[in-house]
Design a protein around this ligand. Structure first.
Ligand code: SF4
Length: 101
């Protein structure tokens, strides 16, 4: 029987799995958000300024402002967002349709 670690494809797979585990351990908050099924900011072309026609987090149904300040969280993308930020997941608050809900 051959040693599985001598198989280059298997070694590559194990290395990739190890890196994924390291990434989750190194960023527990991010791991928690991944569990919630949130997307990365890059996936939705997140930017820290309003989009066209003044679209911004503050007017998006997915925005959940913190109790104080101009930052908050988003039910769609991971991490902290700001009320004047924007991404392609923007959905008019008036539509009442929240991502995943
Ligand atoms: S979906 Fe995009 S625009 Fe809407 S709150 Fe989240 S980050 Fe902001």
């Amino acid at each position: 029987m051959s040693d599985p670690l001598r198989d280059p494809e298997r070694r590559l797979g194990l290395a990739a799995a190890g890196l994924a585990v390291l990434a989750l351990v190194a960023h527990p908050a991010r791991a928690a958000e991944k569990k919630k099924g949130k997307a990365s900011k890059d996936d939705f072309y997140f930017q820290e300024e309003p989009g066209e026609k003044g679209k911004r987090c503050e007017t998006c149904v997915n925005y959940e402002p913190y109790a104080a300040g101009d930052k908050g969280s988003c039910s769609l993308v991971e991490g902290e967002v700001c009320r004047n930020c924007y991404c392609q997941g923007w959905t008019d608050k008036k539509s009442g349709k929240k991502a995943g809900g």
